[in-house]
Design a protein around this ligand. Structure first.
Ligand code: ADP
Length: 501
């Protein structure tokens, strides 16, 4: 026979018969009362609940023994043996500074049979003071806690012994076991209900029925999600920052490019500058001569007014000429934002040559103009495209300047290439370009000239490409160099009709 459930005294050793063994427990009512006193320092009364069943009365007798030590220290409110209704009514009126010690209630004073834990729950619900108990299987039914008799541990032990016996071990060799430990156990919900601080519990206390907060349950989800959001925010802001920086750098780069284009243009104008001055001086001199002649005529006895009018007309015409030159220089040197419009390459070629004519003439260079008829317009910025033409023509004039006078020839030619593109080529009869130079022509700052900047061709190519076109080099035959600017033609259906050919 294997038993489960005897109550042993604290130091009692159980009798071991050769055919009976098992597991028992110890009770600790005094320890439970001490716990109640500790958690409620102003405790004055203890209300004891017990029924009229066998176990109920046995527990009551044990309690009466224990309580002898508390006579004079605690007042006893005896609620044992009452009918349940009566009991519930009594617990609802208990005064403060009281605790209920729940012993056992399997049968009430009216003889009705109950489950002890179910009645404990009813008592606890009605009670206005905390309830303590000392059986671990009843924890969770309304008791704050107590020094627990370990029914679960005892049952497990008895089951182990039974299994050993069943597997053939002799009972005589298996000593009965007493689970002597009565740990302090508490119901978390009741601690909260009565406002008992967890920190006030004795160390090593076991707390059951802890209700996990949302934080407890979802802590890792929350931390994980939060970290993810933080990380994502960080990544996004890094990315946005990066984007802003890149955009800034691109803006900055385009501004620098603009500055460079401008500097190059000013420098090219500088190269031909003294001849431009000559171009302005010519009309100014003519104006002065005409003005002096008119004054002289008016000083005469019978001035010829028709001749005076002619002189004045010449003055106006020369003034317009000078103004035109100044205007062109200004438009080239001016810092402008690119304007995109339909422009005519023939006009660009003619105006550029007009600008360089005096310079070329002074060097004994002949500039031939060979313009195609009905050249379709191109889409672009007039000033920038003029800059390309000017760079090419200035280079060509320089290249032929070393030749004998009759062969100092530069040809500027425009043409259409099918429907798709138009082309402006500047050819010269200079020394040409050797292979090593040819490979590096379009590199920024590449120059073979002592005063050169080496920017003209690289900027011209950049302008050509920004217009969706190209700038290429080829050797001329029998000698010299040809540079061609190729640009997409504006298609007939999108052509601006106001644009003159
Ligand atoms: P720069 O004229 O200031 O040197 P460019 O970029 O316009 O700068 O020209 C770069 C180089 O290309 C020149 O130094 C020269 O060696 C060569 N080059 C350009 N055009 C011609 C040409 N028509 N004939 C021979 N060489 C040329």
């Amino acid at each position: 026979m294997v038993y489960c459930g005897g109550v042993a005294h604290r130091n009692q050793r159980l009798e071991h018969k050769s055919d009976v063994t098992g597991a028992a427990v110890t009770l600790d009512m005094a320890g439970t009362i001490e716990l109640a006193r500790m958690l409620q320092p102003d405790l004055k009364r203890i209300a004891v609940v017990a029924g009229t069943g066998l176990v109920d009365r046995y527990m009551l007798s044990l309690f009466q023994d224990v309580f002898k030590d508390y006579e004079g220290k605690l007042e006893l409110i005896d609620l044992a043996g009452l009918p349940l209704d009566n009991l519930l009514e009594r617990v609802s009126r208990l005064p403060a500074s009281t605790v209920i010690l729940y012993l056992a209630l399997q049968r009430d004073g009216a003889g009705r049979i109950f489950s002890s834990s179910a009645t404990m729950k009813m008592v606890s619900q009605k009670a206005r003071v905390p309830l303590f108990n000392f059986i671990d299987t009843a924890l969770g039914y309304g008791s704050v806690g107590g020094r627990m008799t370990q029914i679960y541990a005892m049952s497990r032990k008895a089951a182990e012994i039974a299994l050993r016996v069943l597997s053939g071990e002799s009972i005589a060799s298996i000593e009965p076991t007493v689970i002597r430990d009565n740990p302090a156990m508490f119901d978390w919900r009741e601690l909260k209900r009565w406002g008992i601080d967890e920190n006030a519990l004795p160390s090593g206390s076991i707390i059951r029925f802890r209700e996990a907060s949302l934080w407890d349950v979802y802590r890792w989800w929350v931390i994980g999600t939060f970290s993810f959001i933080c990380l994502q925010t960080l990544l996004i802001s890094l990315l946005v920052n990066n984007l802003i920086k890149r955009k800034r750098a691109e803006q900055e780069a385009s501004r620098m490019r603009g500055e460079l284009v401008h500097v190059a243009r000013v420098s090219t104008v500088g190269q031909i500058g003294h001849n431009l001055a000559h171009e302005i001086n010519q009309p100014l001199a003519a104006i002065r001569m005409n003005a002096e002649a008119a004054r002289h005529m008016l000083g005469g006895v019978a001035p010829d007014l028709a001749q005076v009018r002619e002189a004045l007309d010449d003055i106006v015409a020369d003034n317009k000429r000078a103004e035109g030159v100044v205007q062109r220089i200004r438009s080239l040197v001016k810092r402008t934002t690119p304007v995109h419009d339909q422009v005519d390459l023939n006009r660009i070629a003619a105006e550029t040559i007009h600008m360089i004519e005096a310079d070329a003439g002074s060097k004994g260079v002949t500039v031939n103009l060979d313009l195609a008829n009905d050249l379709p317009p191109v889409h672009g910025d007039q000033v920038q495209l003029e800059q390309v033409a000017l760079n090419l023509i200035v280079n060509a004039v320089e290249a032929v300047s070393q030749n004998q006078i009759p062969s100092r020839i530069v040809t500027v030619k425009t043409n259409r290439e099918g429907e798709e593109s138009v082309i402006l080529c500047v050819s010269d009869t200079g020394a040409g370009v050797d292979q090593i130079t040819a490979d590096r022509l379009f590199e920024p700052f590449f120059t073979t000239k002592p005063q050169g900047m080496g920017l003209g061709l690289s900027i011209s190519r950049a302008i050509a490409e920004a217009h969706g076109g190209s700038l290429s080099f080829a050797s001329s035959l029998p000698r010299g160099a040809t540079f061609c600017l190729r640009l997409p033609a504006v298609q007939p259906e999108t052509r601006n009709t106001q644009q003159e050919g």
